[in-house]
Design a protein around this ligand. Structure first.
Ligand code: NAP
Length: 525
């Protein structure tokens, strides 16, 4: 079966044989995708003209109601989505929940938050500014929804959440969505869009999807569109320099890879709550979605005196994790999504092994439970230890996109700060400490290079939301290597789908424009 593309209000099957999407446990071909023959320019034009106009005719609260209907529909179909996740991504039930339930929760959050924007159609920022001696001529800043399309080019690891965490704020802003999921796992995103289209929740053109190669997509984006990309730093670099993107100053949001850290404070010694909380989170981050999370812990910074005990504790827990076919009883860790990803992970692991000791896993003859190692895409969870600190050549740069993390001992707070910063910009760092002096020095010193810093102490205990878990109400993104993008953060995300314009004129025109506006301060509320 070939999955159809939904463009210009029609289902269009791509030409040719297409690319096979496979089951990473059995190697079986599941469906095929092709974007060949799709007129991307026409599809974008249809989205802007039909979808954009229909969405903009609605108010924020009306669009929020559409999101609520989408969340309800996705919830009703949840079991089908879990089945696709299992087959196309080798996801355990927990992994599928992370993606599918994360998507539903995010759409629900925007449906709820969007209601607060009421019957408005654009946003008014701050008060009027006086520009003349009397009030005859003034200025007012507005945030106006983009008249173009929101083009989403997504990564393979979150086919559901990756689509909806972007689509929810875009639709709420009144901007039509044009989705290009990553090929290896496009099935789930395509099915979700198909369900929303079939249910008739959105007006024609408000959502489109193209599966398979992006082909000439970037040749047709304009200054009125926004391109939001999630994927590797290499692809991101190609997008930033794309001639049409450069020539038209197309708004580009990039969420790229990152070598995130978990940092144990000097007080997080064996026997403390902070130590135990760190061990639990490290194991969770290495195993949930088999480490295929952009936010996953890659480097574990521990005081030199604690690092060996930490290695033992994490190894002990990893030894208890059953790795194999998620259909098999008790399996907690599934495969990577494809043979290609497995090969990339082995390549990265080999680089790290040049300068690291393997303390757990890394067995080339590792046998997954109930799966044939020859056709499946498993990587054994692997814990490494690197005593080279800042001098390490690969540990701070190589993101092994799988169940692999490296313990890096540090000598003191300044050293921990320098190592965390050596990631050159990360999505998240989690810190396990109740030492106020340590936190007071470390957190401000790493905050400008991290989109999120999560501090866990005994008082927070198990109530935290997780190192790798992205909450829709909080910022997601990171500087530098992480791409420099910003997503989510509650209604703050709407800023990306609006453009600021100051209108200068007399009170009457500003008054008239303000009638349809709601206070932009609500975005940060
Ligand atoms: P990728 O290879 O960079 O692909 C990402 C997307 O870009 C896919 O949809 C891909 O399509 C498309 N693409 C590739 N070349 C393109 C081009 N020349 N023009 C337009 N689109 C193009 O990344 P991936 O392997 O799917 O994802 C894994 C990476 O994503 C990891 O490094 C991970 O850290 C990162 N990630 C980051 C975040 C975040 O929020 N920061 C979240 C998840 C993942 P095809 O699949 O058809 O090639």
């Amino acid at each position: 079966m070939k999955l159809a593309n939904y463009v210009y209000g029609q289902w269009v099957e791509g030409a040719g044989e297409g690319t096979a999407l496979t089951d990473p446990v059995t190697g079986e071909t599941l469906v095929r995708v092709s974007s060949d023959g799709v007129d991307v320019a026409r599809a974008l034009e249809f989205a802007r003209r039909e979808g954009g106009a229909a969405l903009k005719a609605m108010t924020y609260e009306e669009r929020a109601a559409k999101l609520a209907a989408i969340a309800e529909l996705l919830t009703a179909k949840r079991a089908e989505y879990f089945d696709i996740s299992l087959r196309n991504s080798g996801a355990t039930e927990g992994d599928a929940g992370f993606d599918v339930d994360g998507a539903i929760f995010t759409v629900k959050t925007y449906a709820r938050a969007g209601k607060a924007l009421g019957a408005a159609r654009h946003l008014k920022e701050g008060s009027r500014v006086a520009l003349a001696k009397t009030d005859v001529f003034q200025g007012q800043h507005f945030l106006m929804p983009l008249t173009g399309a929101a083009v989403f080019i997504n990564a393979f690891n979150f086919p559901a959440w990756g689509l909806w965490e972007k689509a929810a704020p875009a639709l709420l802003a009144g901007v039509p969505v044009f989705a290009k999921p990553a090929t290896p796992t496009a099935w789930l995103a395509q099915r979700m869009v198909a369900d929303v289209v079939e249910a008739g929740i959105l007006p024609p053109g408000a959502i489109s999807i193209v599966c398979g190669s992006a082909r000439d997509l970037l040749d047709h984006v304009t200054e009125c569109d926004v391109v939001s990309f999630t994927g590797s730093a290499d692809t991101a670099a190609r997008m930033r320099t794309h001639p049409n993107v450069v020539a038209r100053s197309v708004r580009l949001n990039i969420e790229a890879d990152s070598v995130n850290s978990a940092i144990l404070g000097p007080d997080a010694k064996p026997g403390t709550a902070e130590f135990d909380l760190a061990v639990k989170e490290i194991v969770r981050e290495m195993t949930v979605k088999t480490g295929q999370k952009c936010t996953a812990i890659r480097r574990i910074l521990a005081p030199a005196g604690t690092s060996r005990a930490l290695a033992d504790a994490v190894s002990g827990k990893l030894a208890g994790c059953k790795v194999g076919n998620p259909r098999s009883e008790g399996v907690r860790v599934g495969p990577l999504v494809s043979k290609a990803q497995q090969a990339a992970a082995f390549e990265g692991l080999a680089k790290l092994r040049e300068e690291c000791e393997v303390v757990f896993g890394g067995d080339p003859d590792f046998e997954p439970v109930d799966a044939d190692a020859a056709v499946s895409a498993f990587v054994q969870p692997t814990l490494l230890f690197c005593d080279k600190g800042l001098a390490a050549r690969h540990v701070h740069d190589v993101e092994v996109f799988g169940p692999v993390a490296t313990i890096v001992p540090y000598a003191g707070t300044a050293d921990a700060i320098a190592i965390a910063r050596r990631g050159h910009g990360s999505l998240v760092a989690s810190v396990y400490s109740g030492d106020a002096a340590f936190l007071g020095e470390l957190v401000p010193a790493i905050a400008d290079l991290h989109g999120r810093v999560m501090v866990v102490d005994a008082a927070v205990g198990a109530n935290h939301t997780g190192h790798g878990n992205v909450m829709p109400s909080c910022l997601h993104g990171g500087p530098g290597r992480a791409g420099g993008g910003e997503e989510l953060g509650g209604l703050r995300a709407l800023a990306m789908y609006h453009r600021r314009c100051v209108v200068q004129g007399g009170p009457a025109v500003l008054e008239a424009l303000s009638r349809d506006a709601v206070d932009a301060a609500l975005l940060g509320a």
